[in-house]
Structures are given as C-alpha cells and as structure tokens.
Design a protein around this ligand. Structure first.
Ligand code: HEC
Ligand code: HEC
Length: 322
C-alpha cells in the first residue's frame, strides 16, 4: 500500500514539475520569433486597376482592425472585438511612415507577412490574419493600395502599441497558432464566371468569411479551411464595439438554423449592406459595401455546395452554452 502511495506521489510530483516547466517556458518565450521568410517576390507594379482592387480589399479586410477613427488613417488601434481571454492586443501602424509604419518594408517582406504571419524582424504577428489562400494578384493589389496616395495610408509618425498577450494568448501562440508555410506554387484567382469556384475563393481567400463563421478561431485550419471545426456553421465568440458578447451565425444552408431558406437577393443585401431578413447585422460583421453583386452571388452559389450543419446560434433563440 505504502509503495503505491510513493509511486503515486512521484508521478504527481513529476506532473506538477512538468506543468511548472511549461508555464515558465511559455512565459519566457512570450511571442516567438522565427527565421524571416524569403520569398522571390519582385517589386509590385502599381497600376490604377490594382489600387482600386486593393482599396476594395483593404476596406473590407484590414480597415476594421487597422483604421483609427481619430487619425482617419491606418495607424493601428486596440483590438476591441476579441474576447479578453487573449490579452490586450493592438494592430499596427501600416501607413507609409518609414519609422513607425511600413514605409521601410519591401514588397517581399509584406508578402512574407501576409503568407506566413512572420514580420520582417522575425516576430510572429499574432492576431494579424494570415492570407494563405489570397491570390498573388489580390496580394499585389493590397500592396499597390498600401503604396498609393490614398489618405488612409499617408505617412503618420505614430508608434505602434506593444502587444500584451495573456498567459492563454502566449500559450496559444507557442502551441497551436503557428506560422503558415510559404506557398510553393503561384496562387491564382479562379475564373470569375465559375460561380462556385469563385465563391469558394472569396470565402476562404479574399474575404476569409470562414475565419469568423466557423466554430472557434482556435480550431480553424488555415491550410485546409474546410477542415476547420464547424466549417461555416457559426459559433465564434466576438465582441461588439460596445463590448457585448456576440456570436457569428450559421451560414451553411441548413434550413432551420442556417441560411437555407434565404433567397439570393436577401443574402446579397445582408452581405453588402448588413440588412438581414430579421434585422440589421452588428459589427464585427464587416460591411462589404464595395463587394460587387456578382461576388455576393458567387458566395451564395458556393454556400449551397457546402455540407449543411445544424448549429443554432443566438438569433435562432439558442442560449450560448459554454
Ligand atoms: C483581426 C485584426 C486584423 C486584420 C483583419 C488585419 N490585421 Fe494587420 N495586424 C493586426 C495586428 C494585431 C497586428 C500587429 C501584430 C503585432 O505587432 O504583433 C498587425 C500587423 C500588420 C502589419 C505589420 C506591421 C508591423 O509594423 O508590424 C501589416 C503590414 C499588416 N498588419 C497589414 C494588414 C493588411 C494589409 C490587412 C488586410 C489585408 C490586415 N493587416 C488585416 C491585426 C489585423
Ligand atoms: C470579423 C468576423 C466576420 C467576418 C470576417 C465575416 N462575418 Fe459574417 N457575421 C459575423 C457576425 C459576428 C455576425 C452576427 C451579427 C449579428 O448578430 O448582428 C455575422 C452575420 C452574418 C450573416 C447573417 C446570418 C444570419 O443568419 O442572420 C451573414 C449572411 C454573414 N455574416 C455572411 C458573411 C460573409 C459572406 C462573409 C465573408 C464575405 C462574412 N460574413 C464575414 C462576423 C463576421
């Protein structure tokens, strides 16, 4: 009997030491640093068409996190729509300022960050979404816009705020949240007349709807988005600008809990203008006001090919279960 207690005590002690060791390791590493990705990227030619396309993407995909309403430019701010469990996180100044913005970054360094999540200094940019499936042409358009003379990106000498991740934030960034590998092949925009293929591209590549609309950021699969838990069936917890908890909704075509009973016109209205059949959609659901009708229709067509999942969220009357 005594021997058993001794063994159990030993096992427990090793367990406690392992946990302590892990805690110390996570605290010491903080946000990890990696080798800076080296991509064979040529400087992006800035054309009016790219600046226009870039404006459309940046307005929909970057401004919600990077636009400071006080400066009316992409000077960075406190990220107020993430649950506080991740800590206090801030987006960066991405105006053309050489010291505080991205004025000194090369195009290759920007592409490296968008593809892998690793900055030019090697530090992993947690929270900054990676754009693994965005086409090379769309990435070039984003860069063309960042280099353009649009007021949002003109140099503003405002320092970016340092990150203050919680222990959970640090743990995630050292375990499950890892840089994504550099693409080995060119990433092409699919044929825009092939509704379903184009719609999939918009959902996983250009607008990343799946990022917010699956079960949880922690279980999303950046490389194979379709393998994210509860793909497109909603459930991710976010905060509204006034700090109330809000859950993303089921956008699979389940008739009861998803959007299976919506017409194409209703869907287009909801996505472009935030007008859903049962009321106005709140932030952080982005306003995709610059999205074309054709893009919204392609997304609608694609969603009809995605496996239906039953998942009741708040607007279906479900009470959030922890
Ligand atoms: C969910 C919020 C979010 C979205 C959306 C987002 N970013 Fe970021 N971004 C961040 C955060 C947070 C950081 C800072 C990370 C850090 O310093 O650890 C960052 C950092 C960056 C940086 C690096 C700047 C630096 O000095 O370190 C660039 C460049 C950038 N973002 C560009 C973009 C572009 C372009 C888009 C849209 C295509 C975008 N971001 C969308 C949150 C976001
Ligand atoms: C930053 C996170 C985020 C992104 C990205 C996002 N959404 Fe949403 N979406 C939400 C949230 C949160 C709601 C719930 C809003 C509410 O309750 O008022 C929502 C609601 C919706 C609804 C209403 C569904 C219903 O049943 O009423 C539709 C449709 C929708 N989103 C489509 C999209 C599409 C399509 C994309 C990509 C083009 C997208 N969303 C990208 C967060 C997001």
């Amino acid at each position: 009997m005594k021997k058993i207690f001794k063994i159990l005590g030993g096992v427990l002690a090793i367990g406690v030491l392992a946990v302590l060791g892990f805690v110390v390791w996570v605290q010491a590493r903080g946000i990890p640093t990696y080798d800076t990705p080296k991509l064979p990227v040529q400087p992006v030619a800035i054309t009016p068409a790219r600046v226009l396309q870039g404006q459309k993407i940046v307005t929909a995909m970057c401004a919600d996190c990077h636009l400071d309403r006080q400066t009316n430019a992409l000077t960075g701010k406190f990220i107020n729509d993430l649950p506080p469990e991740f800590g206090k996180l801030y987006s960066a100044n991405i105006t053309q300022d050489k010291a505080h913005g991205i004025g000194a970054w090369t195009d290759a360094e920007l592409v490296g960050l968008f593809r892998t999540g690793i900055g030019r200094d090697g530090r992993f940019r947690m929270v900054m979404p990676n754009f693994v499936h965005m086409s090379d042409e769309d990435v070039n358009s984003v860069i063309a816009f960042l280099r353009s003379n649009n007021a949002l990106v003109q140099a503003k000498p405002i320092p970016s705020h340092e990150q203050e991740p919680s222990f959970l934030g640090k743990m995630l960034v050292n375990t499950v949240m890892k840089p994504t590998p550099v693409p080995t092949k060119p990433v092409l925009t699919p044929d825009t007349t092939d509704g379903v293929a184009y719609g999939r591209y918009l959902v996983v590549g250009r607008y990343k709807c799946y990022d917010c609309h699956s079960k949880d950021f922690k279980t999303n699969n950046a490389l194979v988005p379709e393998q994210s838990e509860g793909y497109l069936a909603g459930g991710t917890r976010l905060l509204t600008p006034t700090g109330e908890e809000i859950m993303s909704r089921n956008i699979t075509c389940d008739e009861e809990t998803g959007i299976g009973d919506w017409t194409e016109a209703q869907f287009v209205q909801a996505v472009r203008y935030g007008k859903a059949p049962n009321g106005l959609l709140k932030l952080p659901m982005p306003k995709f006001s610059l999205m074309s009708e054709q893009e919204a229709q392609a997304i609608y067509a694609y969603l009809h090919t995605v496996p239906k999942l039953k998942n009741a969220t708040a607007e279906d009357g479900a009470v959030a279960a922890r």
